[in-house]
Ligand binder design. Structure first.
Ligand code: NDP
Ligand code: NDP
Length: 313
């Protein structure tokens, strides 16, 4: 058993956090991971306020263990989400994609543990200054929104660990216990895993999306839309449209027009594999099966312990 600052901060048994991903992580996935001994997160970025409330209530009815909510700070109705989180006494919030100064104090005043997602040392220091309890440092390999600097997990984690005095959770490129052990060697005290849990029965991703991930090979995802909000996408027709536009030097407005509205929902939730936006990490090339979330969780954790044992001198 590993006991460290993160397991005691969240009151969890095993230092694995399931990423709060838009359209993929609702109450079924979050409660399955919390019940397995990790920390499950609801991805609130794609939920209308009443939808988030419903998912919080359902999560509470299916797990008595701690769980949290991922709140992208770009979300349009953020004040409503924050009120719902406070009213329902959700113990933990992960904020991402924005300035941590804005809401950290309000959440902490309500007794909530706050973690912020960053992709650089600069933002890690800003998050620490804002008073967060821990940081997720997310490398270039990760799916979905990502930092524009393209810093890989291998470079980012030790750099952030050396600059902050709060615990660091590693994210980006982690789908095995071997990768988890590597992140612990770099100084992380937990890992946050997204793509591998998209491939669970409990994730709310459309089965077309899960099937497409099974077919994915190395090189099939790429960081796109760097001039808008950088996002790692799986290659499809929509990706090609963006790639061609970027190649010809399209303006931000042209790119926004191509993106349109609700592309992510169309792809990941409704299953349109041609025109939808498909957000997944580089590890998609290593994911070949759809399994129960608890099984994915246990396989990663036992592989992690075995790797530590095998490499101990
Ligand atoms: P778009 O602007 O293209 O579309 C908004 C989508 O969010 C729609 O599909 C809409 O559902 C849904 N939605 C949920 N709540 C609201 C609301 N209060 N007002 C308007 N729409 C809402 O955005 P994206 O799909 O690209 O991103 C949605 C959110 O997710 C953003 O806040 C973004 O920052 C965040 N995000 C988070 C990521 C993460 O991994 N944490 C990754 C990518 C984005 P409907 O179609 O049913 O109207
Ligand atoms: P801005 O880039 O205009 O940032 C607004 C304010 O928030 C600025 O003070 C900026 O710092 C700060 N800020 C932005 N992102 C972070 C962060 N992750 N941690 C701490 N502070 C942050 O626009 P937005 O707020 O709309 O943010 C969009 C940007 O966020 C994009 O450039 C994208 O690369 C990044 N992003 C990072 C994610 C991550 O950390 N994984 C996830 C999603 C987006 P400053 O004044 O120093 O620029």
């Amino acid at each position: 058993m590993i006991h460290n600052e993160i397991t005691s901060l969240f009151q969890i048994e095993k230092p694995i956090v399931q990423a709060g991903m838009i359209w993929c992580s609702g109450h079924k996935l979050a409660s399955a991971i919390s019940n397995a001994g990790g920390l499950g997160l609801l991805g609130a970025g794609s939920m209308y306020p009443e939808v988030l409330e419903e998912h919080i209530v359902k999560t509470k009815s299916t797990t008595s263990k701690p769980f949290g909510v991922n709140l992208p700070l770009l979300y349009p109705d953020i004040d409503k989400h924050i009120q719902t989180i406070i009213n329902h006494k959700v113990p933990i919030v992960f904020t991402s994609a924005g300035n941590p100064k804005l809401y950290t104090q309000q959440l902490k005043d309500a007794g909530i543990k706050v973690v912020h997602v960053v992709s650089s040392v600069k933002f890690a220091l800003k998050a620490q200054e804002a008073g967060v309890d821990a940081i997720v440092a997310e490398g270039f390999e990760a799916g979905g929104h990502n930092g524009a600097d393209e810093t890989t997990t291998l470079c980012l984690i030790p750099h952030v660990v050396d600059h902050v005095n709060i615990p660091v959770i590693a994210a980006g490129g982690i789908s095995s216990g071997r990768a988890m052990a590597a992140c612990f060697c770099l100084g992380a005290q937990a890992v946050q895993i997204g793509s591998a849990f998209v491939m669970s029965h409990e994730s709310s991703a459309h089965h077309n999306f899960k099937d497409k991930i099974i077919q994915a090979n190395e090189g099939d995802t790429k960081l796109m839309l760097k001039s808008l909000t950088p996002v790692r996408l799986l290659k499809n027709n929509f990706y090609q449209l963006v790639a061609l536009a970027e190649k010809r030097g399209a303006s931000e407005d042209e790119l926004k027009n191509i993106l349109g509205r609700a592309r992510a929902k169309k792809g990941m939730f409704e299953g349109d594999m041609i025109e939808g936006e498909l957000e997944i990490g580089q590890v998609s090339a290593m994911l070949h099966e759809i399994k129960p979330a608890a099984q994915i969780f246990e396989e990663i954790y036992s592989d992690f312990l075995a790797t530590l044992k095998k490499n101990s001198i």
